[in-house]
Design a binder for this molecule. Structure first.
Ligand SMILES: Cc1cc2nc3c(=O)[nH]c(=O)nc-3n(C[C@H](O)[C@H](O)[C@H](O)COP(=O)(O)OP(=O)(O)OC[C@H]3O[C@@H](n4cnc5c(N)ncnc54)[C@H](O)[C@@H]3O)c2cc1C
Length: 383
């Protein structure tokens, strides 16, 4: 293969992780002389998701934030909580704006090369290779956002809950939504006893994303999400007349599957494929920022890029939480009610952002103390 194209780094996947990594490399002069290829089968021209996250004050994605909120509502069958978020804000971006921003910034740099092609396989060797439908490429290091086949064949051996949902962006003719509050979780309408809730992001007084969400081990038919969306909109939002302008569907793994073990000296898994989706929440956008910063530091220090990307104690907490949700799926509403009612915003977000101290973690655990958690703790310990 005399003409095999060679790069310093190849990033497979121009998704949330691939583009965040490429942007971080492009913003550090250390990588100015590195040739970096980005391979994706898609041109990334679809707004395939609405991405939300919390952060303190201003942040690096503010130029594409479409809406932010300072108050979160949680409804359970027993309680209504209104949580003031400052110093945090909950922010939302369109994935398409993120892809466009990344493409625009990266195409200004001559050392970034976009390749539209489907990756068939990757060879793990000292000079790793990417085999695509049209070509083959070599690199000193490969960053790969494809999920390992093992996940599909072996994930049932691990604790797995799926965060799956269908959402509609609905438009009304008259103003109906309060734009400074969003609904994080509303458990007043549920599918039986399972952990299911509605999530509402008011994007303006006449426009909102309404999403019916499951944290359950199995998926459901499309018509089921739709029936709960209709019921929620008519009986709780009390909206009679509306149109649907966009549809969002998603299925996010919340699992203890050891994705992190699939990185090697020459190939680093990134994104969902690397376990960057937090097992207990399904959020990954802000975690990705931190993982990418650690990868950049590791590369500059000459370390294996995947070195020290995870804090084991947080993996353990996530496993316990998942175990409860998996074994006693009816407990979800109670768990989230306790979590949001008994802890301060700062304590909750620091814990979910994996920035809490052990003392702070003990306080969170105290708020969830129950037989279910004790059982899950010992089962996780023995696994
Ligand atoms: C609908 C939805 C909404 C979400 N909302 C949020 C949210 O609000 N907040 C949050 O923090 N997280 C959210 N997530 C979770 C998570 O942030 C996303 O799933 C995120 O996109 C994961 O990033 P990723 O880079 O791993 O994967 P992706 O963004 O899916 O990127 C993977 C890329 O790899 C490419 N690819 C895959 N296979 C190949 C191949 N063989 N050859 C070439 N290219 C390939 C794909 O085309 C794609 O561009 C959401 C997920 C979904 C599905």
């Amino acid at each position: 293969m005399a003409h095999m194209k060679q790069y310093d780094y190849i990033i497979i996947g121009n998704g949330i992780a691939g583009f965040q990594l490429a942007l971080a490399l492009s913003q550090d002069t250390f990588f100015n002389n590195k040739q970096i290829a980005l391979i994706d089968k898609s041109h990334k021209t679809e707004n395939d998701k609405t991405i939300s996250f919390w952060e303190k004050g201003t942040g690096k994605w503010d130029s594409i934030v479409i809406k932010s909120w300072s108050e979160a509502l949680i409804f359970t069958s027993k309680k209504e909580l209104a949580i003031k978020l400052p110093p945090y804000a909950y922010k939302t971006i369109h994935a398409l704006d993120f892809y466009n921003k990344a493409k625009q910034e990266l195409s200004k740099q001559t050392n970034f090369h976009f390749i539209i092609d489907q990756v068939l396989s990757v060879e793990n060797s000292k000079q790793p290779k990417v085999i695509t439908v049209k070509n083959s490429y070599e690199a000193k290091h490969i960053f790969d956002s494809r999920i390992t086949e093992d996940y599909f064949s072996k994930s049932n051996n691990y604790t797995k809950v799926i965060q799956h949902f269908k959402g509609w962006i609905i438009e009304t003719e008259t103003p109906v939504f309060k734009t400074d509050q969003f609904t994080m979780m509303d458990y007043r309408i549920k599918d039986g006893d399972q952990t299911t809730f509605t999530y509402v992001l008011p994007l303006s007084s006449t426009r909102a994303l309404v999403e019916f969400t499951y944290f359950t081990p199995t998926l459901v038919d499309d018509a089921i999400y739709e029936s709960y969306l209709k019921l929620y909109i008519s009986s709780l939002l009390k909206i009679e007349s509306y149109s649907i302008s966009e549809i969002e569907r998603g299925s996010i793994p919340m699992t203890s599957f050891p994705f992190e073990k699939y990185s090697t000296k020459h190939i680093t898994k990134i994104g969902t494929a690397a376990g960057w989706v937090k097992g207990s929440t399904g959020y990954s956008f802000k975690h990705t920022e931190k993982k990418v910063a650690s990868i950049v530091t590791n590369l500059k220090d000459g370390n294996i890029p995947s070195k020290n990307l995870f804090k084991q104690k947080h993996k353990f907490y996530d496993k316990i939480f998942l175990k409860v949700l998996h074994d006693e799926n009816n407990k979800g509403e109670w768990i989230f009610e306790q979590f949001y009612a008994k802890n301060s915003v700062e304590a909750m977000f620091k814990f979910l952002d994996e920035e809490s101290t052990f003392i702070e973690e003990l306080k969170i655990m105290k708020s969830l103390f129950s037989l279910s958690f004790i059982k899950a703790f010992f089962k996780t310990l023995m696994n």
